[in-house]
Design a protein around this ligand. Structure first.
Ligand code: HEM
Length: 418
């Protein structure tokens, strides 16, 4: 694949240019990013994303919107028919939300059908909703045990983990992305309202995926995480269908249940960062830990962010340490090619803890065709990396994102429950 390649975070298809700050629909990050420059700044126009497709469209929609939210639910439906009805309701609501369907006007003697926080008609804001199912959905309740995706399991404790049960696992995951927080809150409340007798919130986390660190879109700049490093430089190109088929989408010959074809395994990790400790660490040490320069994002010893780190010429790790994050995560060998994953996480900031330390981190999300060959293989290589001293995984879960909806009469998971 695109080894050390160009930035893939912006879709050439969806990228359009417009004047700086011309409308409320522009993402705050994009608008602010251009504020020191009076020339028109290209921005990605906010739009309603398509809902239907062979795969859930939010997994690969570009550009990645500014805001993200992960919500995990327990399912209370009594039986398979109840679960099917819940998935159908959920799908109908998502379909309307992503298309910006105006809420129906009701007799004021009743509560309104929506919260009203987006006004009369929700504006386009790149809203996407991605639904996944956890291993627990395949227990005795719905008679689905023989339909469980082969590798789906409750996320185990992995290297360095302190998983908090109040922030982990769940029957069903919903990941929302949009340009603004109020769009996410609006969508979440609509989805919960529609399914309230069947879906109960188990945990959630929200944050931002881009922000001002991403710079002007014209430079296709990579956002920075809360450790100050560019994050997303080397990722799968979502426009390369062959690559996505190879690494992200479950295919017909994978030995998975038939209903699962077109879906993808989703690994969610809530990873806290000890930012005060990090901020007291020497720059040279920080860069060695990742294997990249902090300001430019270039691999150490190279000049450009997208330069190939060229490990073959540095077999003993004199330039980029053998245990640097990027080298372990993707050694770029013929064998490690099959372990490539699509990362689509976001930063979070949740105030501070009892000791007065900031509670910040990364809501890591990755998609892969196989958990074993994807996330788990990469995670195993990262075990014991120097970065572990500065981070602590505290939650998350493994889910299987349902295949996309391919017609008006279909719903998410219809073949799973049918
Ligand atoms: C708080 C935790 C983490 C931080 C701060 C972090 C940060 C970074 C940074 C700065 C890069 C280099 C820029 C880039 O190519 O995107 C990177 C690359 C990468 N990270 Fe992480 N990461 C974290 C956790 C993880 C986890 C849990 C995994 C998977 C198990 C992972 C997998 C990767 C991969 C596959 C790459 C691309 C390597 C390449 O292709 O060169 N990261 N990460």
């Amino acid at each position: 694949m695109t080894r050390g390649s160009r930035r893939t975070g912006l879709s050439r298809r969806s990228f359009v240019t417009g004047a700086l700050g011309t409308g409320a629909a522009l993402g705050a990050g994009a608008t602010l990013a251009g504020c020191s420059d009076t020339s028109p700044t290209p921005v990605a126009a906010a739009r309603f994303l398509p809902f239907e497709g062979a795969h859930q469209t939010g997994i690969s929609a570009m550009p990645i919107p500014e805001q993200g939210l992960i919500a995990s639910f327990n399912v209370l439906s009594r039986d398979r028919a109840g679960l099917a009805a819940t998935l159908a309701e959920l799908t109908d609501e998502i379909r309307g939300l992503m298309a910006g369907k105006p809420p129906e006007v009701r007799d004021p003697a009743f509560p309104p059908v929506d919260s009203g926080i987006l006004g009369e008609k929700p504006p386009p804001d790149n809203l996407s909703v991605v639904v996944g199912v956890g291993a627990s959905l395949f227990d005795h309740r719905f008679g689905l045990a023989d339909r469980k995706p082969r590798e789906l399991e409750t996320m185990p404790f992995l290297a360095n983990d302190r998983l908090d049960p109040k922030l982990s696992h769940g029957d069903l995951s919903i990941i929302l992305e949009a340009g603004h927080t109020d769009t996410l809150q609006f969508a979440l409340r609509q989805l919960m309202r529609r399914t309230r007798s069947h879906l109960v919130l188990r945990w959630m986390i929200d944050g931002y995926a881009r922000g001002i660190g991403a710079g002007p879109v014209s430079e296709a700049a990579t956002p920075r995480n809360l450790l100050g490093f560019k994050d997303g430089t080397s990722n799968l190109d979502v426009e390369d269908d062959a690559l996505m088929d190879r690494h992200v989408w479950v295919g017909p010959g994978d030995g998975e249940p038939e209903w699962a074809v077109g879906g993808s395994y989703q690994a969610v990790r809530i990873i806290r960062m000890f930012v005060e400790f990090w901020d007291r660490t020497q720059l040279a040490e920080q860069e060695a830990i990742f294997g990249r320069r902090k300001v430019s994002g270039a691999p150490i010893g190279m000049t450009g962010e997208f330069d190939d780190p060229n490990y073959a010429e540095d077999p003993h790790g004199e330039r980029i340490k053998l245990n640097a994050h990027i080298r372990l995560a993707n050694p770029r060998t013929a064998e490690s090619e099959r372990n490539r994953i699509l990362r689509r996480g976001f930063s979070y900031s949740r105030g501070f803890d009892g000791a007065g330390r900031l509670d910040q981190g990364l809501a890591f999300v990755s998609y892969q065709r196989s958990l074993e060959d994807g996330f788990l293989a990469v995670q195993r290589r990262l075990k014991g990396e120097p970065l572990e001293e500065y981070i602590l995984p505290v939650g998350g879960g493994f889910f299987f994102t349902l295949p996309g909806v391919t017609g008006p009469d279909r719903f998410l998971g219809d073949q799973l429950v049918g």
